[in-house]
Design a protein around this ligand. Structure first.
Ligand code: MYA
Length: 169
């Protein structure tokens, strides 16, 4: 992955830990997802409907089925939607550390085309935390969790207070 300095943890960034977390992975699993989220909502008719299948302190796993609603070129997934899928799984990895966080920066490498009808298997993990900054990496593989590499991503998420989601704008 050709990650920039902005998404690479600086020397001295800590290895993430769940100590002091306000949200546990169990809470997150029970909370499910926001129904109308384009990434994971089951109420969103044309969304990606990413399913999160496992997460712990080290890694988060998920997958989604690429449908004809997700095309860019005929028969192939749109790159922007693949970036959205990576955003979703990277965000889940950030939240699974017990931190409410939003995407500050998202970088993607597209390694192989992703056909309609295929399942993209997603994986994300935290590479370091410094203050409010959470550094994450992820990948998407075709057809199987160990299948061919299709997408790689690196991101900087920034921890925010609850008011970020509730204040009127
Ligand atoms: C319980 C419910 C469960 C729900 C399911 C959970 C799963 C969820 C899955 C969701 C998945 C989907 C997720 C989504 O889609 S989240 C939606 C998309 N993202 C947003 O809307 C975020 C919009 N941006 C902001 O709100 C603010 O800009 C934030 C909050 C990010 C920072 O503004 P704030 O005023 O607060 O802080 P700051 O500006 O002092 O920055 C702080 C530090 O960060 C560094 N920095 C910031 N940006 C960048 C950048 N681009 N490159 C490099 N560095 C950057 C900055 O230099 C500084 O560093 P330092 O000077 O301290 O060293």
């Amino acid at each position: 992955m050709t990650a920039s300095a902005a998404t690479t943890p600086p020397p001295g960034a800590t290895v993430p830990t769940l100590a002091g977390a306000t949200i546990t992975p169990g809470d997150l699993m029970r909370a499910g997802s926001y129904d109308m989220c384009f990434g994971c909502g089951t109420g969103h008719e044309t969304g990606l409907r990413v399913q999160r299948t496992a997460f712990d302190e080290d890694v988060v796993l998920g997958h989604f089925l690429v449908t004809d609603q997700h095309q860019g070129a005929p028969g192939l997934a749109h790159g922007g939607l693949l970036a959205t899928a990576m955003d979703e799984i990277l965000g889940t990895a950030a939240w699974s550390l017990g931190k409410m966080a939003v995407t500050g920066r998202l970088e993607t490498d597209f390694r192989a085309p992703v056909p309609v009808g295929s399942t993209l298997y997603l994986k994300a993990w935290c590479t370091g935390v410094e203050g409010r900054k959470i550094y994450l990496s992820g990948e998407g593989r075709l057809g199987d969790p160990d299948g061919p590499l299709a997408v790689q991503a690196a991101a900087l998420f920034v921890e925010v207070p609850r008011e970020h989601f509730t204040k009127e704008r």
